[in-house]
Design a protein around this ligand. Sequence first.
Ligand code: 6PG
Length: 225
Amino acid sequence: MTNTTPSPREQLSRQLAEAVAEALRVDLARQDNALLVVSGGSTPVPFFEALATCELPWERVQVTLADERWVPEDAVDSNARLVRAHLLQGPAALATFVPLTTDNPTPEQGAEAVAERINGLAWPASVVILGMGGDGHTASLFPDSRELELALTTGAATVAVRTPSQPQPRITLSADRLHQAHRHLLHITGGDKRAVLARALSGDDVRELPIRAFLACPLATYWAP
Ligand code: 6PG
């Protein structure tokens, strides 16, 4: 007899998928299209797979990313690859996916091209789902980085990120764009992150813990060890 009890992360992913599907249904009852902004990394994979099984008019759902690494879409650490492999499957393959991957010669030119590409989506997003790294980063807004200041203050939709803490450049949606949503959901896993989240909730400067920039939003937090 195999153990079929879902893990806390699997239970959380199912719970989050049902909440996101319901939010999309509510918005699709009053508008033609609904935009879902998702984050990358490893946490979202079971959530993507759970959401892909939800009943939705997927042809009216738009999906884009909160950030992307400066890698080709078939690279193992591409967030676009993650979305295509785990979310855009079955009926969910009908969704309109707008990746942040570009073949521009520099991340800066790529960020400009991506901004134009995503500006035509159904903003404000129905849901923005943000993860958090152990250093308190979210999307590609990294602590004490040169680009963090720009990403927190610019009116542009995207910012190119070249930070020494990361192996490759990235493109991230700016704080201004990530704030343009009806709902913000935090999806965080890892016992080590609980203390970081508690620190972010109780104080500390946004430059030390960029996730703080989004804690004032109407927010639900989905956390599992
Ligand atoms: C990315 C994500 C990033 C992620 C955190 C947490 O591209 O990596 O957008 O902000 O949410 O790094 O990642 P995990 O949940 O996989 O630890």
